[in-house]
Design a protein around this ligand. Sequence first.
Ligand code: ZN
Length: 145
Amino acid sequence: MSESLHIICPACQSKNRVPLDRLEAGPVCGRCKQPLFRGKPVEVDSTGFRRLIEHSEQPVLVDFWAPWCGPCVSMAPQLAAATTRLEPQVRVAKIDIQAHQDIGAEFRIQSIPTLALFHGGRELARQQGAMGANDIVRFAAEALS
Ligand code: ZN
């Protein structure tokens, strides 16, 4: 049996089974033919967020943010830079907790930005406050080690 992972398509949210040896080869979605990795964080709503952390077999790094939060906005390019280094091993997602307050409440987000790393439906680590790209990559690596 070959090793593979369930990857959630960022465009249509369908589940794709991708063999591990194809992960680095620019896999595309079987349904919508969009790339499964785009070198940037995936913006998710509440439904997409739940689907991602519950069904993705990849680790998922989530940025809980809001448009009014200055440090969140200034961290965005750092998160984007980190994403190009974390993909395809880690999926990077962002959720606007002003627009999706149910998620902010359920996950008890007390200040933003907050970064959290999920794997297998469980939260492995969380950190509050803006970080640079190197620190974001290190945070994800340490959470998974
Ligand atoms: Zn798709």
